[in-house]
Design a protein around this ligand. Structure first.
Ligand SMILES: [Ca+2]
Ligand SMILES: [Ca+2]
Ligand SMILES: [Ca+2]
Length: 570
């Protein structure tokens, strides 16, 4: 049994009341409204009807994809070790990803069995002693646990066939203490006589990091048995690199070129606000250098920086395409707050204003900036978990993500409602492909605590067969983005004539094509919204997303929106 927000009686009476209201508002006289109020089976297409000019006609729902091959992409973030294991050792790997590409996008626009994503962000894949691999020992190779460079090349080839671009995580703030650069520097410092200053002409690597003589306050650790301490903002295992050193920059230019030459479409830059902790201007300068170099090699490369800070938007001043906007993610982010509806201030109108402000703010820093939003990622508690496994809420957060501009990022497993909270390992638990067939299943991080990885929803295999599953909903949400390019690329205008604060109402205009997006953010009440067609320049509902069995419909100028439903008008 699937959870419902309200019993049938309440829904029916609410609909009857609202339909009566909608008819009164639209002034369309007689209609078969009493029929509409009867509960219909989930797949009864007659609920998708509209009445225009007194005639009842089928809703003109669009299904033809119109995917534009630009930088506004539907990304999917993969923690490789937990996604799919190809060789039965329990460790996810690149061949495993290749085997699941048809799940992500089969490359055939006439099918809608896939998720419809067209961008992959791979978390770090280079050799590293840790399970998470954010401490790298060789930037130009693949960790053996994940495969080989040949596997990576094959992945790119297969992705190219499907219109998927792959960006890789690039960790420039720090290396591993096991990186040869650091090991050589440490060795040199250990052997340095007490009365001698470090000399970069003897060991250039002493200037690759920030070494200071004697004990330091803050995030500093002793370099072996030497008298020197190194900065390690994230941990002792991760010595911070000196990005002011031209030699270090040259290393990363070579590293970037290495991956671009192999077919990477760009980079996700880890920890960009810690390049120079607390110094945004200097961080932006680093990004300006890196962006300039990357685009001199590959002009259409895409760069998104991890900027987990209030002034994230400023980072696009550097010329990078995107800076992750954390304000929409997590339990206390905009998407969750609007969905939870606990504080009425976070309603549909608020969400519309937030989107418009985000667009304007980014444009103020760079006319080419692309917003980059997500519900969750590898550092955040899983959405399903913080939404208390409420299926409708889990769907709706993906609905709200789906109507956002720019690039959206889905964290692997969120599309089937995987749980996980607390320690990072718990947020990186294995993808659940099937409940019966263990092929491809990963063991997950060794220190993962299963008590904090609660999975209440079915596997991919089962959810694929269920039209009402979270997975089916997320597919529909991504599909809308692939049908209507205006969603990701349009200039937002708030439809302020819509008075009900629970209703999200905006238009988005892209290349002279305008759509209107309405969303009912109320979790219980069906709403009727009157929006004159002529004034607002649309004909009818052309796309919809619903969490339950009640579907939106249109009677003349009135759109009836069940709880948590979204429509596209055009
Ligand atoms: Ca494996
Ligand atoms: Ca397809
Ligand atoms: Ca740093």
């Amino acid at each position: 049994m699937r959870k419902r927000f309200f019993g049938k009686k309440l829904a029916t009476s609410a609909l009857a009341l609202l339909l009566a209201t909608s008819v009164a508002l639209s002034g369309c006289g007689k209609s078969n409204k009493s029929d509409n109020t009867k509960k219909k089976p989930a797949n009864d297409k007659t609920t998708e009807k509209i009445k225009i000019d007194g005639e009842e006609v089928p809703a003109q729902l669009q299904s033809t994809l119109n995917v534009i091959d630009d930088k506004n992409r539907n990304f999917y973030e993969i923690f490789v070790g937990s996604f799919c294991d190809s060789d039965g050792d329990g460790m996810g790997d690149i061949q495993g990803i290749i085997s699941k590409l048809d799940y992500l996008n089969d490359g055939d626009d006439s099918t809608d069995t896939d998720l419809g994503i067209n961008g992959i962000w791979l978390m770090p894949i280079s050799p590293s002693p840790s399970y998470h691999k954010y401490d790298i020992t060789d930037y130009c190779d693949i960790d053996k646990a994940y495969g080989s460079l040949d596997d990576f090349k094959q992945l790119i080839e297969e992705c190219n066939k499907r219109g998927i671009k792959v960006i890789i995580d690039l960790v420039m703030n720090h290396s591993s203490i096991g990186h040869p650069w650091f090991k050589e520097a440490r060795e040199y410092l250990q052997n340095l006589p007490d009365d001698k200053e470090p000399d970069a002409s003897e060991c250039k690597y002493v200037n690759y990091y920030t070494f200071k003589k004697g004990e330091q306050t803050g995030n500093y650790y002793q370099a072996g048995t030497s008298a020197y301490y190194y900065e390690g903002v994230f941990s002792q295992q991760m010595p911070d690199l000196n990005l002011g050193n031209p030699d270090v920059r040259k290393e990363f230019e070579d590293i970037a070129k290495f991956w671009l030459d192999l077919g990477a479409a760009g980079f996700r830059l880890d920890g960009a606000k810690e390049y120079y902790s607390g110094e945004t201007d200097k961080n932006i300068e680093v990004l300006r250098w890196f962006n300039g170099y990357v685009k001199s090699v590959k002009p259409d490369a895409y760069i998104v920086a991890e900027t987990w800070c209030a002034d994230y938007a400023r980072y696009v001043e550097s010329g990078i395409d995107s800076a992750f906007d954390f304000s929409y993610s997590s339990f206390d982010g905009n998407i969750s707050l609007v969905t939870q509806g606990v504080d009425p201030a976070y309603n549909g109108k608020y969400f519309a204003t937030a989107l418009k402000n985000t667009q304007d703010t980014l444009a103020g820093y760079s006319k080419d900036a692309i917003s980059a939003t997500f519900v969750g990622n590898h550092d955040l508690n899983r959405a399903a978990h913080y939404l208390a496994f409420d299926e409708n809420k889990i769907k709706f957060v993906h609905g709200l993500l789906g109507i956002m501009n720019g690039c959206t990022y889905i964290y692997y497993g969120d599309e089937i409602g995987i749980g996980g909270t607390g320690a990072d390992e718990n947020k990186r638990s294995p993808m659940i492909w099937s409940s019966t067939d263990k092929t491809g299943e990963c063991k997950g991080p060794i220190n993962m605590d299963k008590n904090y990885v609660i999975n209440k929803f079915a596997s991919v295999e089962e959810q694929e067969k269920d039209e009402t599953s979270i997975l089916s909903y997320v597919k529909q949400s991504v599909k809308l983005r692939n049908i209507f390019p205006e969603i990701a690329r349009g200039t937002i205008e708030i439809l302020s004539d819509v008075e009900d604060g629970d209703i999200f109402a905006v238009s988005k205009t892209y290349n002279d094509s305008k759509i209107i997006i309405l969303a009912n953010t109320d979790k219980e009440e069906t709403k009727a919204v009157t929006l004159p067609r002529e004034k607002n320049n649309y004909t009818c509902i052309q796309g919809m997303l619903t969490v339950g069995e009640d579907k939106p419909y249109q009677v003349e100028d009135t759109i009836v929106l069940p709880p948590y439903s979204i429509v596209i008008l055009k």
